[in-house]
Design a protein around this ligand. Structure first.
Ligand SMILES: NC(=O)c1ccc[n+]([C@@H]2O[C@H](COP(=O)([O-])OP(=O)(O)OC[C@H]3O[C@@H](n4cnc5c(N)ncnc54)[C@H](O)[C@@H]3O)[C@@H](O)[C@H]2O)c1
Ligand SMILES: O=C(O)C(=O)CC1(C(=O)O)C=CC(O)C=C1
Length: 365
């Protein structure tokens, strides 16, 4: 029997989920987006099996409904969905970065006998829109589910059976704890990234050259400041309380930094960085496919075809790469090619392969 999945909101996250749901056996994936252009692109790029324009009609036959919409848009849809006629055992879920308000709204669905299981894949990108969607975006990432405590086990299993095609690690968490933890590791860091960019922007008048000097460090820490502002407006509004708490923690931390600096004590300053390095270096790797961190840095000379030469050698040895990019280099020095692999073993094979065929210097960060 075919199961019907309806994805509402076909951007980076909804599109990626739709692609992975297409891998589930006997599953037909329908998709809707508020933007006509996105619907057209979704059809052209085969993000779903069928694009629909009448969501309410598509929802009637859906076994699973997945929201890939901005979190405030999801609340609005949930409000409407209460009044629709749906299959008796439909499972409705979302992918939003916040969970408390969504689960509060879900109580109204529960009262109507509609199963809602909150969801949030902990992987993504600063890129947005349907063209950024990738089938393996969530591979190896944590994917949090926030079912009601008394949720019917069969309904949870039904959703898990579908989401396992994302290749993510499914875990159940409490919605309020979810919002606290994601404020710490995701939502507040987005504010910090944006604030650093604002700080740089403030330099424009007096020191216009500063932005030209924004190299690896600044770019790494502010990448997420390039994320979709309306997505982050909604997340920030929904998780405002946790963010205000984090702001207090941050201000205390900055006061600590201030007193360390004022003390002018070299040991305390070094310790501050050393403790941070230890904690950062021991973070478990749980990223999605975009940012797998088994990176190899290859110093490449600047001649035409050098990148295809490197990738060609790797291909000859059947070594697959998950990402490749060139670190922005000055004109007068070699470029650095950063090649990412799925495991450290594959990276090791790549090092051996390139060592045997080139004289390029390589290092692992
Ligand atoms: N960006 C990330 O890294 C990330 C990671 C995990 C979860 N999320 C969550 O996933 C959800 C989608 O974010 P995204 O990054 O895919 O954003 P996106 O901008 O790439 O996609 C959102 C899509 O929803 C469509 N849309 C907006 N309002 C709609 C509505 N009312 N009805 C139907 N379609 C609508 C937009 O046209 C767009 O195609 C958000 O709730 C976000 O919190 C984002
Ligand atoms: O990698 C990024 O660009 C992200 O911002 C992804 C990220 C995160 O903060 O880690 C963003 C929002 C989410 O809800 C989950 C993941």
């Amino acid at each position: 029997m075919t199961q019907n999945v309806l994805v509402i909101g076909l951007g980076l996250i909804g599109g990626s989920i739709a692609l992975s749901c297409q891998k589930a056996p006997q599953t037909k994936v329908y998709g809707y987006d508020v933007l006509e252009k996105t619907r057209e692109l979704a059809a052209t790029l085969n993000i779903v099996h069928e694009v629909v324009t009448d969501v309410k009609e598509a929802a009637r036959i859906a076994d699973v409904i997945i929201f890939g919409t901005p979190v405030n848009g999801t609340l609005q849809w949930m409000n409407e969905l209460k009044t629709w006629s749906l299959k008796e055992d439909v499972v409705v879920t979302d992918t939003g970065s916040t969970k408390s308000l969504i689960m509060e709204k879900a109580v109204e669905l529960k009262e109507k006998g509609i199963t809602f299981i909150g969801g949030h894949p902990m992987a993504g990108s600063h890129k947005s829109g349907v063209t950024a969607a990738r089938q393996y975006l969530f591979e190896n990432a944590y994917y949090m589910l926030t079912p009601f405590e008394d949720e019917n086990g069969k309904q949870i299993i039904k959703l898990e059976q579908l989401l396992k095609y994302t290749l993510a690690k499914l875990v159940k968490v409490d919605a309020n704890e979810h919002d606290h933890m994601t404020a710490v590791v995701s939502h507040f860091p987005h504010i910090v990234a944006a604030s650093l960019v604002h700080q740089l922007n403030g330099e424009k008048q007096q020191f216009p050259m500063t932005s030209l000097l924004a190299a690896g460090g600044f770019r790494d820490i502010t990448r997420i400041a390039s994320s979709n502002p309306s997505i982050w407006r909604d997340i920030t509004l929904q998780n405002r309380k946790e963010l205000l708490d984090q702001l207090n923690v941050w201000q205390d931390e900055m006061n600590r930094v201030r007193s360390i600096l004022e003390s002018n004590d070299d040991k305390s300053i070094e310790d501050y960085f050393a403790v941070a390095k230890d904690v950062r270096d021991q973070l478990p790797i749980s990223t999605g496919a975009f940012y797998t961190t088994f990176d190899l840095y290859v110093d490449i000379p600047d001649y035409p075809g050098v990148i295809s030469e490197v990738t060609g050698y790797l291909a000859e040895d059947n070594i697959s790469i998950t990402n490749i990019r060139i670190l922005e280099a000055r004109e007068d020095i070699f470029g650095i090619l950063v090649i990412s692999f799925q495991t450290s073993e594959i990276r090791e094979k790549a090092v051996n392969c390139l060592q045997s065929r080139t004289k390029f210097e390589m290092h692992i960060a």
